[in-house]
Design a protein. Structure first.
Length: 135
């Protein structure tokens, strides 16, 4: 029997939890990639999130508990989908602004893994942790 995932009511999700979830570059890239087709479920394994299986599971949990995604167990894997309509109702304009600032994956990118790798959002803005900002 598949494990049931807890998905909080968005009325119970504080804005601080959303900001905390989106503060991580990898989680933000997943949300942006899912926003390219918000009604489509994507396998968790399709996203280029580095780390161990438990690290990736932690990222999904943070996104789920922030009300950003629905995670569904298929028995042999997990699927993710963006909770766009209900999220927009609770936090109007937040996803639209995130997508505007981060940019959707380019149309020539074939899948979420490539989109996450291609986005390089933090590097494109010069926010690499190992290099000083040019101030």
């Amino acid at each position: 029997m598949p494990v049931q995932m807890h998905h909080p009511s968005l009325d119970d999700v504080p804005l601080s939890a959303v900001f905390a979830a989106l503060s991580d570059d990898h989680r933000r890239a997943v949300v942006v990639a899912l926003a390219a087709d918000p009604n489509r479920e994507q396998p968790c394994s399709a996203f280029a999130v580095p780390g161990t299986k438990s690290t990736r599971s932690y990222h999904w949990k943070v996104l789920r508990e922030a009300g950003l995604i629905v995670q569904r167990n298929t028995g042999t894997g997990m699927l993710l989908r963006l909770r766009e309509p209900e999220f927009d109702q609770r936090f109007p304009g937040l996803l639209a602004n995130l997508i505007r600032l981060e940019g959707l994956p380019s149309p020539d990118v074939t899948g979420p893994v490539e989109a996450a790798e291609a986005s390089g959002a933090s590097e494109a803005r010069g926010e690499r942790g190992d290099q000083p900002l040019g101030l």
